[in-house]
Each structure stands twice: as structure tokens, then as C-alpha cells.
Design a protein around this ligand. Structure first.
Ligand SMILES: [Zn+2]
Length: 376
């Protein structure tokens, strides 16, 4: 790589300390890294007119391989019965076709698109572990490592959130299309432990977290073991929570509690926990999440694409719950558009532009602050 000279950039605005400021110059060193941000000197600068410089964005929830089904699940059938669950069957079919090389290529494509929209760190919720016959590869972390390599090659940081998947659901027949995801508790914890060790050794741009898929896909005992392991190793836990009404009703049927109530009463919630989606929640659940310091991740494009519902971000912000954003199914990779969608969804839902707008003035600042913090 050729060495660059020190450069001084002067955009109209620079985002520092939680706000946009003008008359600041950004100095980059010979390796192209920012060495200082300071009051504008007399130049010479590279002038960036009509431009703002922002810190890199964090994409807190991604399934990189789902990039391959973009545009292939969006049609209206004659029967109009398409739903989250029919989308999921199509996604499973794609997941079952991909070879390790395909996983690398699809992930690299998704991560490249992320880099082009200003994303510099991704929380990758990775759940394809096994070979196409459902058996583990010689290295059970082969596919996780393919995804990490893709992020490293593109140059974005990655938190590989290794997914625990046990079953089709409460009182549900096993689904052969989930065979590439499923591992026993012992195997999952062993493979997670090995991955933490291997990643720490190889790259300081990558780290590992635990991701019990959902209360549907992981039984309570399994979930408790994963949670205890994560606490002991001080790693983050991400989990799909209350994305679909059917998931909430199945949880109530199995445990007589909603997903958030279950996680709360079983001691799973803490400030290392991120609840992805958390759409179908009561005010009491919002309070419980706030009390335990839980983070919520909204994925507005996917949530509208799959008809999941709207994350009640106004309620979360009122309660002091931090909210991050994720591109999730990669239908669109643009976190600024996701932030805008979230605001528009709430305007539609609350039917009140003014009050919603006032709320969002506060929310925007929260949103931005959260986006710019690295996943822990
Ligand atoms: Zn997801």
C-alpha cells in the first residue's frame, strides 16, 4: 500500500461530542487515520463543501447471508398469504444451499455494502453452523470464521454473535430445514468457547458474543446455561425478543409468561443483553427492560418488510432504554434510512406529526449516540 501524506480536511460540519459543529478541520496521518480534530486553521485544506463527517456507524443486528434472498421473497401471491413464516421457509431454503465459499461471498457482499453506507462495525447474528447434511464440519466454527474473514477482508469490525438453536418451537415437530442451525447445549458451549479463544488470538478487529436465537428456538434450561456462560465470560448476549405475536402467545402457552416477563423473572436480563425487535411489549415490559439496563435493537426495514410491527421507540426513550439499529435481513442497507423509517412509522401509528416530531427531536439524538457506540 502506498503511503499517503498528512492531509487536512474541512467539511461544513463535524459530529463531535454528541452534536454537529462547523469550523473544525480533520487531520489524517500518513496511514489515512484521523490523528486530530481541531479548530480550523488557515489551511491549506481539502475542502468538503456541503459535506458532514460522522463517526462510523454500528449495525447492531445483521444476518449477512440473507443478502442472497434480497428481492426474491417480495411478491404478492394470488392467495395473499405471505407472512413472516412463509418468508422464513424461503430463507431456510437459501440457508440450506450455501457452501462455505458461498457464505464467505454473500457475507463479503453484504459487508461491502455496509462499508459504503458508513457502517464500520457489525453485530453478526450468525446461525448457520452445520454442513448441509446437518453434521458439524471438522471445525464446527468453519462458517463463523468464513463470516469473520469476510468482515476482516472488507475492513469492518465484527462482533460474531454465535447463535444457539435447539428446536423448532414449543410442541413443534422438528423442521429438517433447521438442521444446519441446531446444536446440543454442550456442543454449543464448547464451540463458543473455542471460537472466543481462536478469535482473540487472530484479530483485534473481531470479537465474540452469545446469541440464544429466541424463546421459541431455545428452551429455558438451554437459555439459562448460555446466559450463565456469557456472564462468566463477560460477553454480550443478543436475542430476538417479541418479534411476532405468535412467538409471544407460544411463550405464554409454554411458560405462562410473556417473553420479556420470562427473561426478567429468570434473571436473564442485564446491561450486557440486547433485545432485538422487542415490538410486542406491554408498558410493564418496557419498565422491566429499563430497570435492568437492557438495550433494544430496532430493525425498521426488516420489521416493515415482514409485517412484524413497529418498535415503540418513543416509549423506550421515555423509559431511558438505549436503542440501536440493525439492517437484519439486508433488504436495504442504510441505517440513516432505518432511523427515518422508525420516525415515520411512529408518526403513522400515533397519527400525530407534531407530538411525534417533538419526541423524535429527542429521539434522534439518542439514536445517533447509540449508533456510534461500538457493540460491547
Ligand atoms: Zn434477526
Amino acid at each position: 500500500m502506498t503511503e499517503e501524506a498528512t492531509k487536512v480536511w474541512l467539511p461544513d460540519l463535524v459530529y463531535v461530542d454528541g452534536t454537529f459543529r462547523s469550523n473544525l478541520e480533520v487531520v489524517t496521518n500518513s496511514e489515512g487515520q484521523i490523528s486530530s480534530i481541531q479548530n480550523a486553521s488557515k489551511g491549506p485544506w481539502i475542502r468538503l463543501k456541503n459535506k458532514a463527517i460522522l463517526p462510523g456507524l454500528v449495525n447492531a443486528h445483521s444476518h449477512a447471508f440473507q443478502r442472497v434472498i434480497r428481492g426474491r421473497t417480495e411478491y404478492r401471491s394470488e392467495a395473499s398469504t405471505d407472512s413472516f413464516w412463509t418468508w422464513r421457509e424461503l430463507m431456510y431454503q437459501a440457508a440450506n444451499r450455501l457452501t462455505p465459499d458461498d457464505i464467505y461471498a454473500a457475507s463479503r457482499m453484504a459487508f461491502l455494502e455496509m462499508a459504503l453506507t458508513g457502517i464500520t462495525a457489525v453485530g453478526e447474528f450468525h446461525y448457520i453452523h452445520n454442513a448441509q447434511d446437518g453434521k458439524p464440519y471438522d471445525d464446527p466454527n468453519l462458517l463463523a470464521k468464513q463470516v469473520i474473514r469476510a468482515a476482516n477482508d472488507v475492513g469492518i469490525r465484527i462482533a460474531l454473535l454465535r447463535v444457539a438453536y435447539e428446536r423448532a418451537g414449543f410442541q413443534k415437530e422438528s423442521n429438517p430445514l433447521q438442521n444446519r442451525f441446531i446444536e446440543s447445549t454442550d456442543n454449543y458451549l464448547k464451540n463458543l468457547d473455542t471460537l472466543i479463544h481462536d478469535v482473540k488470538k487472530e484479530s483485534d478487529l473481531s470479537w465474540v458474543g452469545a446469541a440464544p436465537h429466541s424463546v421459541r428456538a431455545v428452551s429455558l434450561n438451554y437459555l439459562k446455561e448460555v446466559s450463565a456462560f456469557a456472564t462468566e465470560r463477560n460477553i454480550p448476549v443478543h436475542m430476538h425478543v417479541a418479534e411476532q405475536p405468535a412467538e409471544v402467545s407460544a411463550c405464554i402457552e409454554e411458560y405462562k409468561r410473556s417473553p420479556v416477563a420470562l427473561l426478567d423473572t429468570e434473571g436473564i436480563l442485564n446491561d450486557h443483553f440486547t433485545a432485538v425487535h422487542a415490538i410486542h411489549v406491554t408498558s410493564k415490559a418496557v419498565e422491566a427492560l429499563a430497570l435492568k439496563g437492557v438495550n433494544v435493537c430496532a430493525c425498521p426495514t426488516t420489521e416493515r418488510n415482514l409485517g412484524d410491527g413497529v418498535v415503540p421507540v418513543d416509549e423506550y426513550f421515555r423509559a431511558g432504554v438505549p436503542v440501536s439499529l440493525g439492517t437484519d435481513s439486508q433488504t436495504q442497507i442504510d441505517l440513516f434510512e432505518d432511523a427515518r423509517e422508525l420516525e415515520y412509522h411512529l408518526r403513522l401509528q400515533r397519527k400525530s406529526e407534531t407530538s411525534s416530531h417533538q419526541l423524535m427531536n429527542t429521539k434522534r439524538r439518542h439514536c445517533l449516540v447509540v449508533c456510534f457506540s461500538a457493540p460491547h
